[in-house]
Write a protein that binds this ligand. Sequence first.
Ligand SMILES: NC(=O)c1ccc[n+]([C@@H]2O[C@H](COP(=O)([O-])OP(=O)(O)OC[C@H]3O[C@@H](n4cnc5c(N)ncnc54)[C@H](OP(=O)(O)O)[C@@H]3O)[C@@H](O)[C@H]2O)c1
Length: 386
Amino acid sequence: MPRAYSISSESIEAERVRIGGEAEKFDISRVVQLDELELREMGPSDVHLRILAVSGEHNINHAALADTVNIAELRGGKIFPGNSAVGVIIAAGDRVSDFRVGDVVLTHCNGEPDLYGFPKRIWAYDMPESIGWYGEEAVVGDWQIGKAPLECGLNLWEIAALPLRAPTAYHMWRRALGIYRLKVPRDRQAALNVLSFGGGTGECFLMLARSEGHNAYFCSGTAERREALEALGIHGIDQNAFQRFRTKADVKKFTDEVKTITGGEGMHIVADMMRGPVFPAGMGALARQGVNVSAGWQLSQLVEYNSTICSVKQVTLDHTHYETVDGCRAATEFYGSVFKPTVHREIYSFEDLPRCFAELEANTQTGIPIIRVANDMPETVAHLLD
Ligand SMILES: NC(=O)c1ccc[n+]([C@@H]2O[C@H](COP(=O)([O-])OP(=O)(O)OC[C@H]3O[C@@H](n4cnc5c(N)ncnc54)[C@H](OP(=O)(O)O)[C@@H]3O)[C@@H](O)[C@H]2O)c1
């Protein structure tokens, strides 16, 4: 049976008992455990994948900490997580026509599209029976994969960084821009000021804004990430200079700084995947008619805002989740040309995956964390392993 990582109610409970109420001692690497997985039988529209590389996604931390919901418990006591992967097809069902054995593919995580194509549930998270991709092999329906753009100019690790974050950012950007343009058409204002906070999704969001000629600003606490984005023409703002918005005075200092760097105008579009103390900073930075867009909740699920001020400034708050399946494929067209992700300096081995998630939580990584799952790589990706 292939090896795969799981998160179980038991491992969460054992860790809770171990730390005895001292939340800061919670060790995610003890909760994400190496397990074995019996693959389901192949159906006619399924493919059998050998997983090559995966990216560390933050919802694994939410699952292990059980801080939003206890998803392992809700899913019957155990989940096999993993929302994005690069894999190679080792077998394909009779009715699979768009892919063949040997193709290197990406997975997305739209679990159950609604009437309009947007996910009601996320694959390997709240979608019942769904098995994720933090394992050596997987069997999935062919609707769940797309061809990996192997000649886009990115290496394999950079490609592996994007299948979840790029579609999320692509969706957020097209929504935020569409909303803003409903209010302020292009003939009144062409170049927008766009701000995002630290995180791989926020980085992709700004890459899209910059590629369309807008002024993009990245507020992050990590020098390496800011430098990588500055090389793409995206201005860095050191979040530590504002103590990560610990007090109202820090937020005021930040919003004053935003006014200064934008010539008194403010930000027309803000992406905030963090919430918590980042939310008032993002709202305070908004210009009149501004749009604040989010698909995340890393530091808090709840926000509070002054509705009167939002009305007077005609500010819009928009909530998104994840792209449609078509949108995921469209976002892939921008790999390498627009999306140039910053990857953490260590490529983790499969056995080190639990440590990767502990380090993601400790926020010590210099870019998006990648885990190499396969030791043997297919010849087709040999030139992408630098
Ligand atoms: N709905 C969806 O489809 C979807 C998709 C992707 C992600 N998400 C959610 O969005 C959130 C972020 O994900 P991501 O992939 O963009 O980020 P990520 O790549 O996992 O990175 C997290 C970032 O958070 C920043 N951060 C950490 N602690 C912070 C703090 N105390 N204050 C301010 N910033 C802090 C860090 O940036 P610096 O240290 O550099 O400032 C870090 O780079 C997570 O909650 C995730 O579950 C949702």
